[in-house]
Ligand binder design. Structure first.
Ligand SMILES: Cc1cc2nc3c(=O)[nH]c(=O)nc-3n(C[C@H](O)[C@H](O)[C@H](O)COP(=O)(O)OP(=O)(O)OC[C@H]3O[C@@H](n4cnc5c(N)ncnc54)[C@H](O)[C@@H]3O)c2cc1C
Length: 389
């Protein structure tokens, strides 16, 4: 969509047909993701899809709960959790409206190479016929099992294995306000409302406990919620499960996202644990950066290779601290004692609490909030108010 809006001829191949759900993924979209949709003129469409806006975060640590909202992203205060069939439908429709040629039911199978450079793609269309297409650049936006990334042998770095695993499903009759996390040692329960008047409720487990959960999903899921958050379990007993359980565990990696004639975007180039619910938001940001880099290269403002190297640099600079934080949180280990004190102190510090929620929403840089001086100032305020109260 973004490339077509800049006037480029774009062929979009997907083996799915739209509207298509993405079964494995939950779908929280942070304020920063909503802001991208706003910039692209698509946020109103999402809001009109009967997807409730989310403005408040509730992080329950057992002994206390932090409640608040992150600072807005480019003036956008709302997050959403649209079903992927809704979000992907809006994006695909906008791409076609921008002039993209969409071929659904098309499975990309091989890259075409000319003199060491990717010059197009070969695959099977809906009717089963083999089709070859030439392109100046072939972009793998084909998810975590990216065939393009595998075919070009894109080098991986900063890899971590899967660190947690989760199962989720959808409930009616259990209305939720905002984004809820119930954080317990080695466990997290998460929930928010989505389209069609249902809410998603998920349960995440540290990776060492996950095989036992896989063996008996429904019983383990209900037992964990009953044990850890009995009041939620009671509300769920009054509601109804509407869909089957879905879940899994995914590895963490960054990949070199470009080479001669090819580029990667979204999970194809960069994947992190879903515990920070940020894959879609990051895919949006990377799509903008990649579009600008290709446009710089194709229009001659910079050599293409240099522009694409800039895309990798921009991605890594902006997203590595969040990636590292995500990998740390994904262990589901209790926070170290000093961080526990900071979290506790945030209860009485609305300004810093807002910034804390902004870290997850990508509106406050990770490195700013967790800077030792900032953490010290949060702790100092508590000590002061404790001394004066
Ligand atoms: C359990 C779980 C929970 C998650 N929860 C969240 C969350 O709450 N919020 C969030 O932001 N992110 C979440 N994520 C991450 C999010 O799902 C991904 O970051 C996001 O889907 C990446 O989008 P993408 O377009 O790169 O890839 P995908 O959404 O995987 O799309 C890839 C597309 O490529 C197509 N394709 C693949 N191979 C081929 C081929 N050979 N030929 C043709 N087409 C092909 C597929 O049909 C698909 O349409 C979660 C992930 C998991 C696993």
């Amino acid at each position: 969509m973004l490339l077509a809006r800049k006037g480029y001829k774009v062929l979009l191949l997907d083996r799915a047909s739209f509207p298509s759900d993405m079964p494995l993924s939950t779908h929280y979209l942070h304020q920063t993701g909503s802001a991208r949709l706003q910039r692209w003129g698509l946020l109103d469409k999402l809001a009109a899809s009967n997807c409730p806006p989310i403005t408040t975060d509730y992080f329950d640590y057992g002994a206390f709960t932090l409640t608040g909202s992150p600072p807005p992203a480019d003036g956008v205060q709302v997050a959403f959790a649209p079903r992927r069939k809704v979000l992907d439908g809006i994006l695909v429709e906008a791409a076609v409206a921008a002039g993209v040629e969409l071929r659904e039911g098309f499975s990309a199978q091989e890259l075409i190479w000319e003199n060491g450079r990717v010059s197009g793609i070969c695959g099977r269309d809906k009717s089963g016929s083999t089709v070859r297409e030439q392109a100046r650049i072939t972009i793998g936006a084909d998810g975590m099992h990216s065939f393009v990334a595998a075919a070009v042998k894109a080098p991986e770095y900063n890899n971590r294995p899967a660190l947690e695993g989760a199962y989720f499903t959808y409930w009616s009759g259990v209305p939720m306000q905002g984004w809820h996390l119930w954080l317990r040692p080695n466990r997290v329960i998460f929930s928010y409302n989505t389209n069609d008047n249902v809410c998603l409720i998920g349960a995440a487990y540290s990776i060492q406990d996950f095989p036992a959960v896989r063996a008996d999903v429904e019983r383990q899921y209900l037992a964990m919620i009953t044990e850890q958050v009995p009041e939620l379990a009671e509300r769920m007993r009054a509601g109804r499960r509407e869909e089957r359980f879905v879940g899994g565990a995914v590895p963490n990696y960054m990949r070199k996202p470009f080479g001669p004639g090819w580029a990667l975007v979204g999970d194809a180039g960069f994947q992190k644990d879903p515990c920070t619910a940020s894959g879609i938001t990051d895919a949006f940001r990377c799509a903008e950066w990649l579009t600008d880099a290709i446009d710089d290269g194709f229009s001659g403002r910079r050599p293409l290779d240099q522009a694409l190297a800039g895309y990798e640099q921009q991605r890594n600079q902006a997203l590595t601290p969040y990636y590292e934080l995500t990998c740390q949180l994904a262990t589901l280990a209790p926070p170290p004692p000093e961080l526990q004190q900071v979290l506790f102190a945030l209860q009485d510090n609305p300004q810093q609490r807002t910034r804390f929620f902004g870290v997850l929403a990508h509106t406050v840089p990770v490195e700013d909030f967790f800077a030792p001086d900032n953490l010290r100032s949060i702790l100092a305020t508590t000590t002061k108010s404790a001394a004066t109260s």
